[in-house]
Design a protein around this ligand. Structure first.
Ligand code: NAD
Length: 259
């Protein structure tokens, strides 16, 4: 028995074994959840299919969240396997590369702002809306955020406002779906080297700085994020909703440790 036994959870956002969503899938599988997966591009289908085999899953469905009809189609297709399910992990973020370096005000464009918010924030509520009637009581939705939502962090730029929007989204969705027994939370993760993170200028330097100053004096792992995600999507977390839970080694509570 695991603490996710009997739970069916849909995981979005795996693109490689380094993906945060991969760490989440590993932790949830260990706790005996039944898993299904989405992939963004047809070209990554085979790869995701192979990853899914590691979790004993044959449910792999396409979904580019920039396309509203893809989100509708995702849940229509999922309902053929799972008429009802118990959780959704939204581990998706995107900003055009030209938005992730340089001075924020000079760099930001309307198009960059719009697409970043659409994919990194709106898609979470859009997915929640489309799967609402398929969710069992005691289901949980989870998304991934970053401290750039609260602090102006060099080069994170428009992703910061998008993560702030995502965190507000978490609170509004939690309040809306709470009466149905559905909980909604975010994990604010410390920096992890993934494909998405490599788009941020000087990401290597961010990791080095982080190791020096974060209270635990090391970076965090996708296993650690995965364990927190598994807990938050389980009935062990039945009293927790609308929260942003930091899995960042304490970075957000400390200051001036470099002195
Ligand atoms: P990743 O590159 O492994 O995953 C990002 C995922 O987003 C990919 O699977 C990609 O396919 C998906 N995606 C992007 N645009 C999409 C679209 N239009 N439709 C469907 N999927 C789309 O990187 P990651 O670091 O694992 O990112 C996962 C989440 O974690 C993101 O929200 C990211 O902002 C957040 N996060 C990352 C870090 C970090 O340091 N890596 C820290 C805090 C939060």
């Amino acid at each position: 028995m695991g603490f996710l036994s009997g739970k069916r959870i849909l995981i979005s956002g795996i693109i490689s074994k380094l993906s945060i969503a991969y760490g989440i899938a590993e932790a949830m599988y260990k706790q005996k959840a039944e898993l299904a997966f989405t992939y963004q591009h047809i070209k990554s289908r085979n790869r995701i299919e192979n990853f899914a085999k590691n979790f004993n899953s044959k449910i792999i469905l396409p979904c580019d969240v920039s396309q509203d009809q893809d989100i509708k189609f995702l849940f229509f297709e999922l309902s053929k396997y799972w008429p009802k399910f118990d959780g959704l992990v939204h581990s998706i973020g995107f900003a055009p590369n030209n938005q992730l370096s340089g001075d924020y005000v000079n760099t930001v464009s309307y198009e960059g702002f719009e697409i970043t918010h659409k994919i990194s924030s709106y898609s979470f509520v859009s997915m929640a809306k489309e799967c609402r009637l398929m969710l069992n009581k005691n289901s949980a939705l989870l998304t991934l955020s970053y401290l750039g939502s609260k602090r102006a962090i060099a080069n994170y730029n428009v992703m910061g406002p998008a993560k702030a929007s995502l965190e507000a989204n978490v609170r509004y969705i939690a309040n809306s779906m709470g009466p149905e027994g559905i909980r909604v939370n975010a994990i604010s993760a410390g920096p992890v080297r993934t494909l998405a993170a490599s788009g941020i200028k000087n990401f290597r330097k961010i990791l080095e700085y982080y190791k020096k100053v974060t209270p635990i004096r090391r970076t965090i792992t996708i296993e650690e994020i995965g364990n927190a995600a598994a807990f938050l999507c389980s009935d062990l977390a039945s009293g927790i909703t609308g929260q942003v839970v930091y899995v960042d080694g304490g970075f957000n509570i400390a200051n001036m440790n470099e002195l």
